[in-house]
Design a protein. Sequence first.
Length: 261
Amino acid sequence: MKHTLRLLEIMARLRDPETGCPWDARQDFASLVPYTLEEAYEVADAAERGDTEDLKDELGDLLLQVVFHSRIAEERGLFGFDDVAEAISDKLIRRHPHVFAGASFETDAERQQFWDASKAAERREKGKPEPAESVLNGLSPKLPALMAAQKLQKRAARHGLDWPEIGGVFDKVREELDELREAHAASDKAHIREEIGDLLFAAVNLARHLSIDAESALRDSNRKFTRRFRYIEQQVTARGKSLAECTLAELDALWNEAKRM
């Protein structure tokens, strides 16, 4: 706890309008959003790479964002860090009666049903307007698109809207690709955009059926592309050239070389 208190004291000093850091002092909830999202993704990256030392540092950076937001709220008389910790503790106990209250669930489906019902009850207690009844209620509109697509599909699948066999999902991906080709042939920009979205949604659905997290899979592909591209840059530089001076055939050969490595 002493290090947590120290962190809170450091943040209070940084936010001091007279003796603190000017940059820290002028931040607000909205201005911190990009940094909070970035730190969350960096935690995910370190975890997926299995770099525990980096994970420790990134978790600290993410914790800083929680402390930062909490300090701003405390200055405005809204809540403090301890209130945040209390709220999540109460929520965890409330949503896990099978651990803390002697309840029992026979299946994961029962546990998920209780979880969803708890979230709905919490919204009602906070006086938030109840949206029209839907199994999709409670999904944040701010989620990354791939993650949101997965969650939407999982919700729908739990209520029967799903392909019974994976063959149908493969066929759907091909169908969407064919429709994209047709839209491209017609040079219909709006239709192309729509079909690109449908193709991505179908690809996410295929990933779900294969028990692959689409968001993580795409991050892996991004990292793989980055490794290969940097290899090409290194090889081109070693030859005393720039990328712009290389032919497509040269770059393609280096790409294949990077793949083999």
